[in-house]
Ligand binder design. Structure first.
Ligand code: V47
Length: 403
């Protein structure tokens, strides 16, 4: 049995559950947020991380493309969106998107990550062509991860199709995976106050469930550090966990630290390092059925992302190149990192750097590992593991070798 050095004795029952691989309750999540014992929480999250992912910390070479910032939803937390006639508004042509994707692939990217505003004039066919053109511009091994559930709902509205039909059309055009954006915080209170036109939580979850059923892997996120309460954060995590129990296709959870500059919530302070680490660690502990927890270095900064690998995180995202959404909201992180930067960040923590594709298949191991982890998606070319993470990850019950 692991021994956790807890300063806060109220965490003792939670520690027993973590050691035994027992699911944590809503009350446990609330108690974790109420505690100041960051190192105690971190030790438990590190134990949970190791049980699932062994010594690996994943990263990837990827390219983000944001084809337009023109958006008909003007959410209060967003510094990226513009009206068409506003200074700074831009839109890319399909040629420009395809060229950026080809350039990313030529630079070694295994993922093209496409997210946009909801352009009021783009047609359904334009979106389908965007995926088809991107797919055609890159080699087969490159994963096309495109469109948040918010964009999928938008496409369903403009095409008068169901969201399932939209996902199916996109898949036929070459879509492999959905990114995790647009979830924000599922509570209706926050939605009504700050993003009233945006996709409701139950619709966001339904779309991801539909994607999983169609064999499209997805990620999930939580935007934190704005007007939400910590209870609302725990409720958000539990809704993600319940969806994963049903459809099993979430690969990674990514908490997104709110950046306030140039938004309507500009007066709010930035998240603290303490809150960032606690949120990542609590996510690892609550989301016992989601294999990976990612610290997106663009949002939490390089130093917190590196330290987070000792607080439950097994993924620090990728090289990125040209990120606009957080930088327009005041992020001071670089826009790109090299592979060497990422490998150094991981190696300093004594972990095994693993370059992966979107589906967590191995591109390259950068060091020897003593034992393969419980969760292992195989090598590049192995069949995608979508929908298999149903309640099996917490105890290390899943392994690609046993599928
Ligand atoms: O949906 C918007 C968030 C998301 C701000 O799936 C903001 O692998 C902070 O989802 N401050 C887009 N966050 C980014 C995203 C993402 C990033 C990296 C990897 C993956 C993945 C997904 O960013 C939006 C929204 O939730 N966001 N504005 C802001 N001011």
């Amino acid at each position: 049995m692991p021994v956790f050095n807890l300063i806060d004795p109220t965490l003792a029952t939670i520690a027993e559950k973590v050691a035994a691989g027992t699911r944590l309750s809503r009350e446990d999540g609330i108690a974790l947020y109420a505690s100041n014992d960051l190192l105690g929480i971190g030790q438990m999250a590190d134990f949970a991380r190791r049980r699932i992912n062994g010594d690996r910390v994943y990263f990837m070479v990827n390219r983000h493309i944001n084809p337009t910032n023109i958006c008909r939803n003007r959410c209060k937390f967003c510094a990226f969106a513009r009206n068409a006639d506003e200074p700074g508004a831009y839109e890319m042509t399909l040629d420009e998107v395809a060229n950026a994707a080809a350039e990313g692939a030529a630079d070694g990217a295994y993922e093209i990550h496409i997210v946009s505003g909801l352009h009021p004039d783009w047609s359904y066919e334009f979106y389908i062509d965007m995926v088809a053109r991107t797919r055609a511009a890159v080699p087969d091994h490159v994963i096309v991860q495109a469109f948040t559930a918010v964009e999928i709902e938008h496409m369903a509205i403009i095409s008068k199709k169901t969201t399932r039909e939209v996902l199916s059309d996109l898949k036929d055009a070459g879509l492999d995976a959905l990114p995790g954006g647009g979830a924000e915080i599922f509570s209706d209170r926050t939605r009504v106050a700050a993003w009233d036109k945006k996709t409701k939580g139950d619709v966001w979850l339904r779309i991801h469930g539909e994607a999983h059923e169609l064999g499209i892997a997805t990620n999930c996120t939580m935007l934190y550090g704005h007007i939400e309460t910590t209870d609302e954060r725990i409720d958000h995590l539990i809704l993600l966990r319940e969806q994963q129990d049903k459809t099993g296709g979430f690969l990674a959870f990514i908490p997104l630290a709110f950046h306030a500059a140039n938004t309507e919530l500009e007066d709010l302070p930035a998240t603290t390092g303490f809150d960032d680490l606690k949120t990542l660690a609590i996510a690892r502990l609550m989301l016992d059925n989601i294999p990976h927890v990612k610290a997106f270095w663009i949002m939490v900064g390089l130093k917190i992302a590196q330290i987070a690998t000792a607080f439950g995180v097994d993924d620090i995202d990728g090289t990125v190149v040209e990120e606009r959404i957080t930088h327009m909201a005041g992020a001071t992180t670089p826009e790109a990192l090299s592979k060497d930067d990422l490998v150094t960040m991981i190696t300093e923590g004594g972990r095994v750097p693993v370059e992966r594709d979107t589906l967590y298949r191995i591109v390259k191991m950068y060091a020897e590992e003593s034992a393969a982890p419980a969760w292992h998606a195989g090598e590049i070319g192995a069949p995608p593991l979508v929908g298999v993470a149903k309640g099996t990850v917490a105890t290390g019950g899943h392994s690609a070798a046993t599928e």
